[in-house]
Design a protein around this ligand. Structure first.
Ligand code: PFF
Length: 448
């Protein structure tokens, strides 16, 4: 290992940063609104099953690649499969990350705008009394959300340029515990509202009659998106992990934390929605239109709203760090003096790439390509095509291109597990995962 290469200071730092990448808009924005429209608890159970079985296998596959090579993705694939085009999986990961961050930062900008407005009292009583209109007016106000979009990217750059230990690990070690504490406060508040149980029942009592083929496939995509898989981000993060740490134990903690947050997210959101007689099937604007209305009905609602927005901001930022880190680690290639320039050039480039997504809610709202806005097209391209493609290629790469002895050694070291676990994982990664992804993929492409 190069002695100039940065490393996580502690295993817990790595777990918090990787869980920070995983826990983001997927768990606190997408999952509740999709569960709200697709059978509540039933969707959640299917999502859990995919996360536990397929997500964990793929997470371990990315970990094995990163930790074995201790290199950034392109270099890692080149080392493991020299002279072959497999390094394109790394390039694909970088392209996907830039695209994800380009729209992620736009939503991050909305959250930042809401947060600043909530602190200055501009949220509890919208002049119109209608949060749907307020949301529409905020996201179409280019200057305000444009500046917030840029501010979100600059915060991300400032953290990532600091490096693994002094940047990402330090920030995640503050933001992630804060996020858990805020979640607990919000869940307690939500569960003690009159009529909360109806929301709990909606979320936890599965209604399988609403589950169709689409729901199942969507749950699969959501499981991968929620664990940041298919982009080689987990290859990048694990490349900074000390050789002696157990990959299986780290992966279990990361998956466990992600599931816990997805669960808390439902418990924080649905009881409030039902207690105030609002609709759970509002769609993507659920957390931006329904929740402020819920909070505005509560005593100290302004405080709870600000806390919720802070939580969202931390969740989104820690995911954004990982998306920029893959770009920076690939450009800086273990030379710390190049990090700063790579972070600024990469981050600002991604900001520019995100401008059309931002304008999709204003002047470009009528600009449709393939029947969708720019924002929706980028989201679709990444979530439904590039991520499953990346995940599929990684599940082919590991059993085909890595020596089984190396895989076994990396995977089992320090875990206390034996040959049986290794064999089961190989079956998952070699057969079950690719078949499941292929099904989801073909469905997205409209094959049946
Ligand atoms: N896992 C993040 C979320 O659920 O919001 C999104 C994400 C981050 C996806 C990083 C992919 C990625 F590489």
């Amino acid at each position: 290992m190069s002695n100039t290469r940065d490393q996580w200071k502690s295993k817990i730092g790595f777990i918090l940063a990787a869980a920070g990448s995983a826990i983001g808009l997927g768990a606190v924005w997408k999952l509740p609104y999709v569960a709200g429209t697709s059978g509540g608890g039933a969707f959640f159970i299917i999502f859990l099953a995919f996360t536990l079985i397929l997500g964990t296998s793929l997470l371990l596959a990315e970990f094995v690649i990163g930790r074995k090579t201790q290199k950034s993705p392109i270099q890692a694939y080149k080392e493991l499969a020299p002279g072959t085009p497999w390094y394109w999986v790394g390039i694909l990961g970088i392209i996907s990350s830039c695209l994800i961050l380009s729209f992620y930062a736009v939503v991050g900008g909305w959250i930042l705008t809401y947060f600043v407005r909530s602190l200055t009292g501009g949220m509890t009583n919208p002049p119109t009394g209608d949060y749907g209109m307020l949301f529409g007016s905020i996201i179409s106000n280019h200057w305000e959300v444009g500046i917030a979009h840029l501010a979100f990217i600059i915060i991300t750059i400032l953290v990532v340029q600091g490096g693994i230990q002094k940047g990402i690990e330090r920030a995640s070690s503050i933001m992630m515990p804060a996020l858990f504490v805020i979640f607990i406060i919000l869940v307690i508040r939500s569960l003690t509202l009159d009529g909360a149980m109806q929301g709990v029942r909606f979320f936890l009592q599965p209604d399988f009659s609403k589950v169709g083929g689409d729901t199942i496939l969507f749950a699969l995509g959501q499981a991968f998106f929620s664990l940041s898989l298919g982009v080689s981000i987990m290859v990048t993060y694990s490349s900074y992990l000390d050789k002696k740490e157990s990959l299986v134990r780290s992966a279990s903690s990361i998956v466990g934390l992600s599931i816990l947050i997805a669960f808390l997210s439902g418990l924080a959101i649905f009881p409030g929605v039902f207690a105030f007689g609002l609709e759970p099937n509002e769609g993507p604007s659920l957390i931006f239109t329904v929740l402020p209305a819920v909070f505005s009905e509560m005593a100290f609602g302004g405080v709870f709203l600000s806390l919720f927005l802070l939580l969202l901001l931390f969740a989104t930022l820690t995911s954004a760090f990982s998306l920029l880190e893959i770009v920076v680690s690939s450009a800086a290639r273990n030379q710390p003096e190049r990090r700063k320039a790579a972070a600024w050039i990469g981050g600002l480039g991604i900001f520019v790439l995100g401008i059309p997504s931002n304008l999709s809610y204003g002047v470009l709202s009528e600009w449709f390509v393939f029947g969708n806005t720019f924002f929706d097209n980028i989201d679709f391209l990444v979530s439904n095509i590039l991520l499953p493609l990346g995940a599929l290629l990684i599940s082919f790469f590991v059993p085909l291109k890595m020596k089984h002895q190396d895989l076994k050694e990396e995977l089992l070291r320090g875990s206390g597990l034996g040959e049986g676990f290794f064999r089961s994982w190989m079956i998952m990664i070699r057969y079950i995962t690719p078949i499941a992804i292929l099904f989801a993929f073909l469905d997205v492409l409209g094959v049946w």
